[in-house]
Write a protein that binds this ligand. Sequence first.
Ligand code: NAI
Length: 396
Amino acid sequence: MTSKGLKVPDDITVPFITGDGIGKEIMPVCKAVVDAAVKQAYNGNRSIEWLEVMAGQEAFKQNGAYLPDETIAAFREYLVGLKGPLKTPSGRGVRSLSIMLRQALDLYACQRPFRYFYGVTSPVKYPDRINLCVFRESTEDVYAGIEWPFGSEKGKRFGEFLLGELKEEKVRFPESTAFGVKPISREGTERIIRCAIDYALSHNRRSVTLVHNGNIMKYTEGAFVNWAYDMAEREYGTYLSSGRLVLSGITCDAFLQSAILHPEEYGVIVTSNLNGDYISDVFAAQVGGVGMSPGGNINYETGHAIFEATHGVASDIVGRNVANPCSLILAACMMLEYLGWKEAADLIVTAIERTLRQGITTADIADSFKHGNCVGTKEFGDALVNMMTSGTRVIR
Ligand code: NAI
């Protein structure tokens, strides 16, 4: 997962956004776990200096801006950062801050690894069959944000152009239709497919699966598939012909069924923006919910990357010390791997495995433990640090 050509000094500065809601509870825990892992893995020869940057409710209170320019500038300068959840500001037409950040830095690859940790509650019988990574293109598609309110000037003009100049006859109710646009480009397709294939080759995965709706949306999703195969043939032809790499396609509806029935058939999945959103939640639900699934938003060409908890601000549990910090901690592990600090990432993942195996969990994933020990956010973090620093046992 390491970015090609990233030169990482031993002492680095990582900008971070604490986030709204439970962000204030999980971020300090996450930083403590990461610091302990880095110290343990490198005997104090490497370190992270955490640089807090503002975004969300707190930023608005202090500066009147939800996403201040200085925050974007810090991520731009330091390349790699960490982010807690941000509440989407209320109000018509206000966009998610996470999406604004991704767009500002052109973080086109939304990378979501899914694996099961033994002992976590799951609604499926064999969650341990899931061990895969989803690559979701995150700058294009119907999620690009090109749409207009019904009755707006631009919406009207777009409708007139479509119905008048282009003589499009498929709009069922022309007088009462709101419009949006689905852009899919060859460049956008090629760069996300490249990420997925590079990941497969560097992680000993053979199969890369394109999930699409090309059977219905032939000129957008269909083009996504065609451009993907063309690029793969051109740039990875030898891997394809030797059988080291197998690139195949499946329609999204068939895939969503298969994702539940036969998840073990998949190693690397690559898809467009909207499909990727749905697919990620299908796998997250099976491995323990949003509290257990991390994400990274990456531009492999510039090196910019922001790793984040994939859940929201969880207003219903704020301030109760019950939030699961694993999504953010596992996102930090992705960050460490990306930086090439794999030893520290491995220490944390092993600590999570062992801690959960001992039945120590947060409330959201605890139900199935007959003799488990459900602990708070902070105590779970302490258990991880203990596990890393004291060897294999956690002191309860
Ligand atoms: P949510 O993820 O905040 O909550 C959904 C459910 O999951 C709630 O019951 C919550 O208690 C639970 N949950 C979430 N994270 C948890 C954790 N770590 N441990 C235990 N339980 C957890 O989703 P919702 O309610 O749809 O969104 C709330 C706000 O968060 C919205 O403003 C939304 O836009 C924003 N949001 C931000 C994201 C981001 O910054 N990446 C992602 C998703 C939502």
